[in-house]
Each structure stands twice: as structure tokens, then as C-alpha cells.
Design a binder for this molecule. Structure first.
Ligand code: MN
Ligand code: MN
Length: 338
């Protein structure tokens, strides 16, 4: 390096602080990230909330509400997703700046962690689903878009009922399983069937639904997905097509109408997300999943969730780390449509 260049670098950066940047986008983002007194808040300090968002129980006036849904009475196998919201809240250092979209999502909308859905009883699945529906109905009436952390996947059915009551929504669904199974063991309510119930209730449009990452032991149960006209991208097809082609397919399936995004962490390979109740080998990588979500920018997203984080099966906490990143990507899509 010539001495002139070194001298210029010393003049420019010798005393410069972390929030100073010549790039106007980065400088603006830095101003949005620092605290009012010009400090960087320590990521491990304070009471944990989703994505370090402010905690607020009054939902009126919000554009987006991050909600915990700690309920796993619908699991068919290993329980534990009731601990998902707490585990995802403890993850630090996700955002607030989005490096791909070059913006701070939480600065573009009014968003807060509004706590957990209140449940009347920890013992009744059907009553819990009704509690969720009531809570999301009230939120929807206030035009607050929900960003939820489960809980098992049965929670998405009452959420879709609240969001799709006036007109059915479209769906981008990442999962190892289609979750369009029928009743068994005397119950049609379980985490293997929310999207079948939502279609039959007229709140989810199967022809504007795409399911991505499907594989594994339950593949014999997905007749309803095909019969109703959903687009199912099995893992083998995903590998053949690649991420970019699947993004194009997803965008063309859901079109311009309102769309919900539902991400079951078991859509990812257990190498990335072992902390879940029904893991299936051979799934998406974290890189593929993040690229997929980023490719959905510009859609009319009315709500999103990340479900099936059962942290006790993952002492590494990487499942929660991935879930928090997925939640951040969903917030970015909702907050930064352009
Ligand atoms: Mn699922
Ligand atoms: Mn699943």
C-alpha cells in the first residue's frame, strides 16, 4: 500500500465512530439502530423480546404485532413446541439491519412484541384453538398484521380463520409435511391438518397455495393437497429446480392477492433445526430457506409465522437461532414491501 493511501485512510477513519458512514443508506440505518443517547444497546441486556422489539400489550396503532403462541396440544409425536416462543425470544443479535434489503424493518413500521396469546386452559386443544381465533380476530379488526411464533402447527388454522374470513388468503408454506391430513385418533384438530381445515372452511385458497420442502414418512397422507389444487414442491423437485425457479413458481402461484407465510422449522434439515417434534432427514438448508423468503419481497403479506420450535431437543440452540432469523425475514417482507 502506498503511503498516501495509508495517510488518507488514517485521516478518514482514525477517529471515526461505529455509527459514521459515508454511505447514506448505512448512515441512516445506523441512526435508526442506536439508542437516543447515541449508544449501542448491549444485545444480551434487558428483558428478552422477539427480535429485541419493544414490549407492548396495547396492540392498537400497531402495523405488525409479534405474538407468542405457546401451545403444543396438537402434536402427533414429540411435544415441546410450547417452549418455542420463550426460546426464540432469548436469541440476540438478529437484525435490526437487513443486509440484503439494506434497511431497518422495525423503523419502517410500528411493530412490537405484544406477548403471548392468553389461554383459558392448558389442557384443551379445541378450546385453545378457539382462544387463538378470538385473539387474532380482535387483532385483525384493528388492522394489525400478525407475526407469530408457535407452538405446534395446529395454531395456523385459527389464525387463517381470522385472516381469511372475508376473502380466502393465499399461502407460501415451508414444511417437511403438507399438513393436509384428515382426522385420526378421534380428532380432526392436530398439527398434521391445519391447511385442510382452512381450505374446507373457505379461508384458504388451495389454488393460491404452494407447499415447499415436502418429504418423509407422512407422504402417503397428502392426497388432499393434490385433490384441492395446491402446488406441492417435494424435496426431490426442489433439488432439481433450485431456489430461483421455486421462488418464481411461488410468486406465480400466489399472485398479487393477500398471502400468508407459514414456516415449520422441520422443513429444514435436522442438521440446521434438530429442535422440533417431527424431524425429517434431507431438508432445506438455512441458506436455501433464507433465499426463498427473500425472494418473496413485494407480495401482499397479511401475516406470517414460524412454528414447531421445540428447543429441548437442541442443546446447541441453533434451531431457535434459525427460527429468530426466519422471523426477522418475515418481518422484513411485511415492513419493507419495496
Ligand atoms: Mn407443519
Ligand atoms: Mn412439519
Amino acid at each position: 500500500m502506498d503511503e498516501g493511501k495509508l495517510r488518507r485512510l488514517r485521516e478518514r477513519y482514525g477517529e471515526r465512530g461505529v455509527f459514521d458512514s459515508d454511505d447514506p443508506v448505512l448512515a441512516a440505518a445506523a441512526r435508526q439502530v442506536q439508542s437516543p443517547d447515541g449508544q449501542r444497546v448491549a444485545p444480551y441486556a434487558g428483558v428478552p423480546t422477539f427480535l429485541d422489539l419493544p414490549y407492548r400489550t396495547d396492540t392498537s396503532g400497531l402495523d405488525v404485532a409479534a405474538i407468542g403462541v405457546p401451545m403444543d396440544l396438537g402434536v402427533s409425536n414429540r411435544p415441546g413446541a410450547r417452549f418455542g416462543p420463550r426460546a426464540v425470544r432469548t436469541i440476540e443479535r438478529i437484525g435490526p439491519y437487513h443486509p440484503t434489503f439494506r434497511a431497518v424493518p422495525r423503523a419502517a413500521v410500528r411493530v412490537a412484541d405484544v406477548g403471548d396469546v392468553p389461554f383459558r386452559s392448558r389442557y384443551s386443544l379445541e378450546q385453545s384453538l378457539q382462544d387463538i381465533e378470538n385473539y387474532y380476530d380482535a387483532l385483525h379488526a384493528l388492522r394489525v398484521r400478525p407475526l407469530s411464533v408457535g407452538g405446534d402447527h395446529s395454531i395456523t388454522y385459527p389464525i387463517l380463520k381470522a385472516l381469511g374470513r372475508k376473502a380466502p388468503v393465499g399461502l407460501v408454506h415451508i414444511d417437511a409435511h403438507c399438513d393436509t391430513m384428515g382426522a385420526f385418533d378421534g380428532s380432526k384438530f392436530h398439527h398434521g391438518g391445519p391447511f385442510r381445515l382452512a381450505v374446507l372452511d373457505g379461508v384458504l385458497d388451495p389454488e393460491r397455495t404452494i407447499q415447499i420442502g415436502i418429504r418423509g414418512a407422512s407422504n402417503m397422507y397428502w392426497e388432499f393437497s393434490h385433490a384441492s389444487g395446491m402446488t406441492v414442491v417435494y424435496m426431490e423437485q426442489f433439488m432439481r429446480l433450485g431456489v430461483e425457479a421455486v421462488i418464481e413458481q411461488a410468486r406465480s402461484v400466489v399472485g398479487d392477492g393477500p398471502v400468508y407465510i407459514s414456516v415449520d422449522v422441520d422443513g429444514f434439515d435436522p442438521a440446521f433445526a434438530p429442535g422440533t417434534g417431527t424431524p425429517e432427514a434431507g431438508g432445506l438448508t438455512a441458506r436455501e430457506g433464507l433465499a426463498l423468503l427473500r425472494g418473496l419481497r413485494g407480495l401482499d403479506i397479511v401475516g406470517a409465522d414460524v412454528v414447531e420450535v421445540a428447543p429441548e431437543y437442541d442443546p446447541s440452540t441453533n434451531t431457535s437461532l434459525l427460527a429468530a432469523q426466519l422471523l426477522f425475514e418475515e418481518l422484513a417482507l411485511m415492513a419493507l414491501p419495496h
